[in-house]
Design a protein. Sequence first.
Length: 318
Amino acid sequence: MRSFRFTASAAEGVVDAKELADTARRAESIGYSALVLQDHLLPQHAPIPLLATIAAVTERIRIGTYVLNADLRHPAVFAQDLASLDLLSGGRLEIGLGAGWNRPEYDAIGLPFQPVGARVRRLREVIAVLKGCFGDGPFSFAGEHFTINEHDGHPKPAQRPHPPLFVGGGGRRLLTLAAEQADIIGLGPRLLPTVQGKPELDPRSITADATAEKIGWIREAAGDRFDQLEINTYSIGGSVTVTDNARAEANRRADQLRRLTGVEMSADEILDSPNMFIGSIDGLTQKFIELRERFGISSIMVGSVDALAPVVERLAGR
């Protein structure tokens, strides 16, 4: 059984260097394993310079992308960024990669938003190119999206053969890719298309039963690798809520999801979901222990650094 690792968001919005440094040092003192940043064309910092800043003002805490959109950059270009960041941080980088999901961002910059199957195939090629760039010596690659001719990526990362790769998702195609290629697998929701173009989550995909199905897909695709994988989950459909009246909050979440998606969920399903963090500090501590025993989930993204600091202090490294 793996020890617990907790990650938190490095920043919400555009923050100054002092606030970022204070947050990073506080997270390190609490016992967080890593600080991470998402990758969106929204009011926020770009991930690479922000993570480099964190590495410069801390000693132990790891840094990661959660996750880089594989559609936004050529992999041979950001391989150099990532390898440099791993070296400069002393080997503390974790690389989260995603296939892209937020269509309005694509529309805003004139980037074609391909069907999910095409985006997953592109992500598979991105991973292959990254691993090639991180490897020893030149490599070549010929795919649907990228062609590499005897390219030797430099610098090489400090972590060999490469920094840990994180891939998450809620559908079988993406989780199969993660099981075959990643080191850390995130259990996310399936996303449903909407008339407005911005996808919304399928509530049925974050139930305990759906999680068991996802673990089955991962186990089947990973084969002998399964026991080497780290399984991650994170809060979906609402922020972390610390309360002594968890059922009331669960009923409110169920009503909210029904209004947004038309899908009925019970309060028990909400409270049992591995992607809903609602309860007291004692209750959430016990929930995470049970998630590890039931599903093998040992890596947890909690959102803001202060959201579940007492739980992290109790469980990190145990």
